[in-house]
Design a protein around this ligand. Structure first.
Ligand code: ASP
Length: 455
């Protein structure tokens, strides 16, 4: 068995947490590669080291003093170093490293900022490797630059270059001992540091799991499992999801579930690797398994209920639309030319709706797009409604279950909620309802009561 495990920022926030990480890694010899985030918040009002680094980089770009922030960041690591009795020279190295990054060329601000941001994970990995060694393990810090984690030069939003898989496979397999690898960044072909989007250590973990063909990718965070519904909307939820498929997770994540970075799952998904979401503070809890396939329980066809706000519905009506060859193509062409992604496109005989995220469709864009629709498609009627929420009922078991839509619509009707739109994905693993944003919590509560009350 070969496991790649990744620890998030809250798992590395202070010495006590780093000690837990070491306990977990040392408890299982299969945990051979450890991916770490930068230290996160120690308490609610605390700062994440990544945020401090961003502030520090921005101060530098603005020509302001960075000394105070720099010392605060170094202080976060030295607190851990002292409490764990690690070599004090580590902290001198971290301070030198940060000063060197601050002295980098600032001509390309994106490149400068990425080198700053990456320092959080890079130094965290050095600390964790040292902490494991103090506990008697052979643990080696591995650098993305020397192990071939090659990324595109889209700073802050870099993409993996495909040759990285082979590089990482060869270089990491050659290391004897526990590999401690910093998440969140890699290097461009010209050697500059580039980061993934925020939260990108999950992506690193997933890439390493795929490159090393791990049996399991363990993702340690601060919850014992993923809940089937957002606890902020349904505070009484107690039961986590034991198991779900990648497809279910993707549908839930789409509608605002903070399970994972969608992008993070992709490398592990493509390699068919099972993910285990675990809790650093309760490592023996069963957690949530995410696998390529699962057999849904007959009595539980729904795995979760997700919802998100911030959608716009653009409604277009034209008599005999169905006979007009190329109508849809021309409509989508307008969106493509305006660089607007669409989320859904439910249609009738003479009408079609475009569901868009409102962050892609501000009032100015709306005016431009509607003028083009009017001029190029000559509709009878158009209407734009903002303030939509989408609620998704998700589950692999739905495709085998008769009457599920009627249960869902009945539950919404009983709660007095008007369904503005309904869409069953072609995969039949999700049922989507478009409703007014104001009805969102009540809709989610009603659907949760319907599908989970007996569980
Ligand atoms: N430290 C980075 C962030 O805060 C990446 C991560 O933690 O995954 O976004």
């Amino acid at each position: 068995m070969f496991k790649v495990c990744k620890f998030g920022g809250s798992s590395l926030a202070d010495a006590g947490q780093v000690q837990k990480v070491c306990d977990i890694v040392l408890a299982d010899p299969d945990r051979r590669v450890v991916v770490v985030s930068a230290p996160g918040k120690r308490h609610k009002t605390d700062n994440k080291v990544t945020d401090l680094l961003i502030d520090c980089g921005q101060q530098a770009l603005a020509g302001a003093s960075t000394e105070e922030l720099l010392l605060e960041i170094v202080g976060r690591y030295s607190e851990i170093q002292r409490e764990l009795n690690l070599d004090p020279r580590l902290i001198d190295d971290i301070e030198d490293d940060l000063r060197a990054r601050l002295n980098n060329d600032r001509d390309n601000p994106g490149m400068f900022m990425d080198a700053m941001k990456a320092a959080g994970e890079d130094n965290s990995a050095k600390i964790v490797a040292a902490a494991l060694r103090v506990r008697g393990a052979t643990a080696i810090y591995a650098s993305p630059a020397t192990t071939g984690m090659l990324l595109s030069d889209e700073f802050g939003n870099a993409q993996l270059l495909p040759e990285s898989y082979k590089n990482l496979h060869i270089s990491l397999n050659a290391i004897k001992g526990i590999v401690v690898y910093p998440g969140f960044f890699g290097v461009t072909l010209s050697g500059a540091i580039a980061t993934f989007p925020r939260g990108g250590s999950d992506i690193t973990g997933s890439i390493l799991a795929a490159a090393l063909r791990a049996d399991v990718y363990e993702n340690f965070t601060d919850v014992s499992s993923v809940y089937p519904v957002d606890p902020r909307l349904v505070p009484s939820v107690t039961h986590g999801i034991d198991e779900m498929t990648y497809r279910e997770m993707r549908e839930l994540a789409y509608a605002g579930f903070g399970v994972f970075h969608d992008e993070a799952v992709f490398p592990a998904f493509r390699a068919g690797i099972t993910i285990h979401i675990c809790n650093t503070n309760d490592p023996n809890a069963p957690g949530t398994w995410v696998s390529p396939d699962r057999k849904p329980r007959a009595d539980q066809p729904v795995v979760g209920i997700a919802s998100d706000t911030g959608f716009v519905n653009v409604y277009i009506d034209k008599y005999m639309m169905n006979r007009e060859v190329g109508f849809g193509l021309r409509l989508l062409n307008i969106l493509a030319e305006e660089n607007i992604p669409y989320e859904h496109m439910p249609s009738g005989i003479d009408n079609v709706s475009l569901v868009l995220r409102d962050r892609h469709f501000d009032e100015k864009t709306e005016a431009r797009v509607l003028a083009r629709i009017q001029a190029e498609l000559k509709p009878d009627n158009t209407q734009v409604d903002r303030g939509y929420a989408l609620v998704m009922v998700v589950g692999e078991g739905m495709q085998y279950t008769v009457g599920l839509t009627s249960r869902a619509t009945r539950a919404l009707a009983d709660a007095g909620i008007n369904i503005e739109m309904i869409n069953q994905g072609a995969s039949e693993i999700s049922l989507m309802f478009g409703i007014k944003e104001a009805d969102r919590s009540r809709a989610v509560q009603a659907l949760y009561a319907e599908f989970f009350k007996a569980v």
